[in-house]
Design a protein around this ligand. Structure first.
Ligand SMILES: Cc1cc2nc3c(=O)[nH]c(=O)nc-3n(C[C@H](O)[C@H](O)[C@H](O)COP(=O)(O)O)c2cc1C
Length: 341
């Protein structure tokens, strides 16, 4: 049944704030919302938040937007409401009213009067990307296997030698991507090394979320400047500055998220978020390793390693484990009134 009473401004702001806790690549938070009379809701993409060099096909943007849609469904479920199936329209690129319009229509859906509380909703404020080293904990691997048995589209890699091999592959691939000057400059624009950055409380990747000490962060302000990074590379220190191998090797397992090719990245984003929340429910932390999913050769090798069909689409790879008790810091989010357009 569709909603007869329109949502108040207060409800709307609370809902979009909760939906915006979904993960997004580089913490760009591209999802914007428009609520129409009669319970119709539009999910829009703010195209100014795109990262065209890191994400040339828009795959990560669509995964982020799918996650936000799922976040909205979870938020509505806490208020006894639901969300109908998303209408993604006919054009895969989505519509923009004019070329100057920063908002692209991604999906529309109807807010429904009936909805049972989604058990994953209570985990939304607890889920975070954890980028430090995991603790050794035998129960973590058992929990990973529980989720792999229960969910579709998940393959697990848990042999230490294989994890180490993929840690090297991930570092190698990330470093290769970073050789593209435009991609490096684009990434730099989303890095927030000190609280003095004007967007520290709003978006992007803050030093504490990147698990950097204050000393590392202060040094990185300078070293990661695109021009300086070139010097670092010349000194042979670029690789050292970007490696995540020890964090990856500390993982209990790597989870490969995959789906059939026809399903689309929006739906992938919905599953991605739910799986991450399931991991949170089991007391596990995770960090995406997108470089592996972005590289066609690495994807092909993951398909072979996991026994997947040649056409399977690799959504992402998560390194998963038990974080130390302090856990991961909360990453920033935009104020909700900027999300309703
Ligand atoms: C599609 C996608 C790809 C991502 N890729 C990476 C990645 O390669 N490395 C990483 O550290 N975090 C990655 N993230 C995590 C985001 O940076 C993170 O969700 C964002 O900074 C918000 O932080 P939170 O997850 O703690 O809320 C990715 C997230 C999404 C949705």
């Amino acid at each position: 049944m569709s909603l007869k009473v329109d949502l108040s401004r207060e409800d709307t702001l609370a809902l979009v704030a909760e939906a915006n806790l979904a993960p997004s690549a580089h913490n760009t938070q591209p999802a914007r919302w428009r609520f129409l009379p009669g319970g119709r809701m539009l999910l829009l993409e703010d195209v100014r938040r795109r990262v065209p060099f890191a994400d040339p096909t828009g795959k990560d943007a669509m995964i982020s937007l799918g996650g936000a849609f799922e976040g909205m469904s979870l938020a509505l479920s806490c208020r006894g409401l639901g969300l109908g199936a998303p209408d993604l329209g006919d054009s895969p690129g989505g519509a923009r009213a004019t070329d100057d319009d920063p908002y692209r229509l991604v999906a529309s859906a109807t807010v429904l009067e009936a909805g049972a509380r989604d058990p994953l909703a209570e985990l939304v404020t607890l889920r975070r990307s954890y980028r430090g080293r995991f603790e050794a904990d035998a129960s973590a691997l058992e929990s990973v296997h529980c989720i792999v048995d229960a969910e579709e589209g998940l393959s697990v890699i848990d042999a230490p030698a294989e994890i180490a091999e993929l840690a090297r592959a991930h570092d190698r691939t990330s470093y290769r991507f970073l050789q593209i000057p435009e991609l490096q400059a684009e990434l730099y624009a989303w890095l927030r090394f000190t609280p003095a950055h004007p967007d520290w409380h709003r978006d992007g990747l803050t030093a504490d979320c990147m698990a950097m000490s204050s000393l590392e962060a202060r040094a990185s302000v300078m070293l990661f400047r695109p021009r300086m990074f070139r010097v670092l590379k010349l000194m042979g220190l670029g690789r050292l500055a970007t490696t995540e191998a020890s964090q990856t090797r500390s993982a209990a397992a790597l989870l490969v998220l995959h789906q059939s090719p026809g399903r689309g990245w929006f739906e992938a984003g919905r599953s991605f978020y739910r799986i991450w929340l399931e991991l949170t429910r089991l007391g596990l932390s995770a960090c995406p390793m997108s470089a592996l999913a972005d590289d066609p050769d690495e994807c092909a090798s993951l398909r072979t390693r996991c026994g997947l069909v040649r056409t399977a689409a690799v959504i992402n790879v998560l390194r998963v484990g038990k974080a130390p008790p302090a856990g991961a810091p909360k990453s920033p989010r935009l104020p909700p009134d900027e999300l309703v357009v």
